[in-house]
Design a protein around this ligand. Sequence first.
Ligand SMILES: [Zn+2]
Length: 314
Amino acid sequence: MTIIDGHCDVLYKMYENRELDFYNPQTTALDVTYSRMVQSGVKIQFFAIFLPDKIRQPYFEHYLEYINIFYQKIISDPRIKLIKNQTDLLEVMSGNQKGAVLTLEGADAIQDNPLYTQTLFHLGIRLIGATWNYGNWAADGVLEPRKGGFSRKGKRFIKECNDLGIMIDVSHLSEKSFWDVAVLSEKPFVATHSNAKAICGHPRNLDDNQIRVLIQKQGRIGITFVPWFVNDQGSASISDLTKHIDHICALGGEKHLVLGSDFDGISKWIPDLEHAGQYNHLAECLSKYYKDEWINDFFFRNWYRFLQRHLPAR
Ligand SMILES: [Zn+2]
């Protein structure tokens, strides 16, 4: 099995607890560890930088602190290589190393400073969600009561990301913000960890019109394992996930559907899909309904094709 997973919060847990060891096979406090990646065949893992809400004044230095953890504790080991461009991607896919893509969930501390955006790019950030669930200088998130879209500065930020080669993540955006991206982004964009609202009504999920435009613009939708985004009762099973996959495929998304587990960002798990070493259970369930070729598309090829197209050449 080969897997590319578009979202996890390992760095958040490591930011909160500096003792956690990603490479120690005994580590069970992390859903994603190197050993579990090996166990399942996770070839590329996206690592998100996320500043929790309790940081009332997010500063750029908070990002640097996260990036420092990422460099010191994830990619200092030669078993995982930071993927910054197409050459790195090819090298990882054809070699023994695993790959890491560094992402930012919430641009709060960028504060409309293009120097910060450029510096984050140089340090390896390749995908940014402008905001988390709430509003900031750039955009409103999905739970912000005023339900706004992108600000003037935020709209300029979309263009800056497009120009630099930073992919845009719409997963936590309000509906208006989503449609601002759909109109303004010159490049395809991604919902790294969101499911289908038609199957589960949670506001973090995407309605059919949003899914259609993502498909039409050659973006990607990452199926996520957060139980309350999977079914309305919040006690989901693996077979409930297939309903989201079926629905997105029925809308024409079989080449756009990817994985975005949200491992380490969740406190409740789908039974038998509780950490990165258990993707085989999802594969077993899917193999009852889908050809291997499709499962491989969902598990890595759709992500791979997107990265090939949208990572900078070098
Ligand atoms: Zn998230």
